[in-house]
Ligand binder design. Structure first.
Ligand SMILES: Cc1cc2nc3c(=O)[nH]c(=O)nc-3n(C[C@H](O)[C@H](O)[C@H](O)COP(=O)(O)OP(=O)(O)OC[C@H]3O[C@@H](n4cnc5c(N)ncnc54)[C@H](O)[C@@H]3O)c2cc1C
Length: 300
């Protein structure tokens, strides 16, 4: 246990917990204990990163834990949760929304729809935080975070803060150049002023389609594999005959084959074994290697 960190958190009234079970945070409901869990506000985050770095404590940042598989072995060091960075701090008439990174994408989308701001419609149903969506350039139905972000504020391992432009962030398909030891604290999203009714209609149509095609209400981490160039991972998995197969408590969804659902108390080992089986079958059938979209995290 690190006393300097603990004393700092107690003195500044920042929630800190020890041996925090990640399964209670992840959308998959899987994951062993993180040594330390910290829930800082934006003001104290730079000082916390400085202490962690100076004391040699590894750390990782999570938003809503909807795109990760945490191993049963747990996480060494600290997990920084962005739950307390959850405010929308400015909305301008011309469509700009400034938002802290822990705010849910769904909350921003709801406000955008109410105000008739267009640009996020296809992202409806993504359960992550704005920071997590930016770090991984989340997208769907042709909409991507990279398209709507104007600037991003980050804090680095040494406590320094910086503003990045869209091009600094180096967005690519399901990724960015934001370093794992940097934390997105807030961002400005630039949406377009449009007709409220048509923004609402498009958003509803996308959501209805997703509800029909994706298991939105079952424990999952979204798409397990990235789409290979010019095809869809889900289609390949389905055509390789993997829909519905299971290892232990984890099953390839019958609705969408790129979703693995935890419908019977599955473990990280079950999940990894199913990933292996599915990728081997796809390789055998099509000669294509699938690349994971989810982040696999845990001590080895
Ligand atoms: C039912 C379901 C549907 C989904 N649909 C989609 C979809 O249509 N499209 C899509 O792209 N994804 C989808 N996802 C996956 C996931 O919701 C998104 O990728 C989401 O944006 C991840 O956000 P998060 O806050 O949960 O990130 P987390 O899972 O908490 O973290 C993911 C990664 O981002 C990093 N990160 C998180 N917050 C920060 C921060 N503030 N600063 C720096 N790094 C950070 C983490 O270190 C980690 O590497 C879906 C998931 C589920 C469960």
């Amino acid at each position: 246990m690190n006393n300097r960190l603990k004393e700092f958190c107690i003195e500044k009234n920042i929630e800190i917990r020890f041996n925090e079970m990640m399964s209670s945070h992840t959308s998959l409901k899987i994951g062993g204990a993180a040594d330390i869990a910290i829930f800082p506000n934006e003001q104290r985050l730079p000082e916390i990163l400085k202490i962690l770095s100076e004391d040699g404590i590894p750390y990782i940042t999570f938003g809503r834990c909807t795109n990760i598989l945490v191993l049963e072995s747990g996480i060494s060091g600290a997990v920084i949760f962005t739950d307390r960075l959850n405010k929308i701090t400015n909305i301008s008439n011309d469509g700009n929304i400034t938002v802290q990174s822990g705010c849910s994408l769904g909350k921003v989308l709801t406000i955008a729809v109410e105000l008739g701001f267009s640009g996020m419609e296809g992202l409806v149903g993504i359960p992550g935080s704005v920071g997590g969506a930016l770090a991984g350039n989340a997208g769907s139905y042709g909409y991507e975070m990279a398209e709507l972000v104007d600037s991003i504020n980050i804090v680095s391992f040494d406590g320094t803060t910086k503003s990045l432009s869209k091009s600094d962030a180096g967005f690519r398909y399901r990724g960015s150049n934001i370093k794992p030891d940097s934390i997105i604290t807030s961002s400005c999203l630039a949406l377009k002023v449009a007709d409220t009714l048509s923004v609402k209609k498009r958003t509803t149509e996308f959501l209805n389609e997703k509800r029909l095609k994706q298991p939105l209400n079952q424990p999952s981490a979204g798409c397990v594999f990235k789409n290979p160039p010019e095809t869809f991972a889900g289609k390949l998995i389905e055509e390789a005959g993997c829909k519905g197969i299971r290892t232990g408590g984890i099953q390839v969804s019958n609705l969408h084959a790129n979703y693995f659902i935890n419908n019977n108390g599955g473990t990280s080992d079950d999940f990894l074994r199913l990933m292996d089986i599915v990728s081997s079958k796809v390789r055998e059938c099509f000669g294509i290697d699938l690349d994971p979209e989810i982040k696999i995290i845990g001590r080895h």
